[in-house]
Write a protein that binds this ligand. Sequence first.
Ligand SMILES: Cc1ncc(COP(=O)(O)O)c(C=O)c1O
Length: 421
Amino acid sequence: MKAMDRLALHGGQPVRTKPWVSKYMGSEELGDVEKARVLDVLAKKRVFRYLPTGLETSECSALESEYRSFLGTEYALAVNSGTSALICALVACGVGPGDEVIIPAYTWVATAAAVTMVGAIPILCEIDESLTLDPKDMVKRITPRTRAIIAVHMRGISADMDAIMNVAREHGIRVIEDAAQANGGTYKGRMLGSIGDVGCFSLQQSKVITTGEGGMLVTNSEELWQRAVLYHDGAGYQFRFIERKIPAFPGQNYRLTELQAALSLGQLEKMPEILRKTHKNKETIVRGLKGQSKIGLAPVFGTEHDLGLSLVFYVADGTKAQEVVNALNAEGIQAFRVYDGEAKDQHIYINWEFLLAKRDPWGGNYPWSIADSEVEYSKDTCPATLDLLYRAVQVHLNHLVTDEDIDDLLVAVDKVATHLL
Ligand SMILES: Cc1ncc(COP(=O)(O)O)c(C=O)c1O
């Protein structure tokens, strides 16, 4: 029986002394499978995707083929990061100078930066307790200049895609899914990334599976895919092998290497088992916390729509959130505030310094300088998001969480809630 009488913070016995699990998933599993695949590429001496021979059997092509089959999309394009996937997706959708793009106020800064990099204006939208776009607020942010919405499946939790798609279709607006943090997730049985016009994934180390840096773009539209292909590779090498059906335009170099693709293929094999465990763990944790009336959980947490990559719960205010975090840490459960008003976490709009200052890389204000209508950003642009994140407590989870870890977590949350809330 663990000591419940006194908080560890106040000199009581801590619930556990073992360190909490790391937040990494795929990278924790790097091993012989990936090693063999990477060594194979080195042995072939074929590290660049678009050599004139062997494209069909390249590692990047194989990775795209795997993504097409597990997501059920017609097209896939391997790129060198989630950021470049987003930029290609925006260009593919025809988003450009002066257009407005609705994004959640809580997402990695890359979502906002990608929008400005194609000359479009990010329009911030509130999130709700699911940590994803609030569809009710989203409707209010639509203007005649809105060209696209980026639905971010934050922390492995799917955005409300039915609501978002209905509104977008009604207004003729494109939907890009930013599934960087939700590789392998589903929404009502459909694979995340396959529901909007274009889906984007990241393969950076904090993600479900990784190749260090890497990304993937998927779509069912041949035209959007061809536009993305051209933008990801200014030389348009892929069009040596397939017919180009779109007019030429300049592109970048966002190509993925064969080594990274080979590593991803090894990781992809491991994804189902990683996600089976994170899903199951989160279900157990949320079930265990349902009786704890002093903390708030969103209905979506612990369901099909939640990959189970972290536990987030809400308390009354920021002061309580800080007390709970301190108390959980003392009990041996590594917990964090999502937003404490001080740390410059780049997931929260208030910390996107360039956006608040409307500053471009050259000292000017592009693209806001060409906007048809004045768009202002301040601390008050999305107050509901800040309030929610201010009173949110987060604990990282991964597939290595054991039944014993879950027991400790439940006991510790219960103990802290009983004493402090
Ligand atoms: C929600 C979200 N979007 C986009 C990105 C960008 O991905 P990358 O780091 O691979 O460029 C990330 C990665 O951190 C992310 O979490």
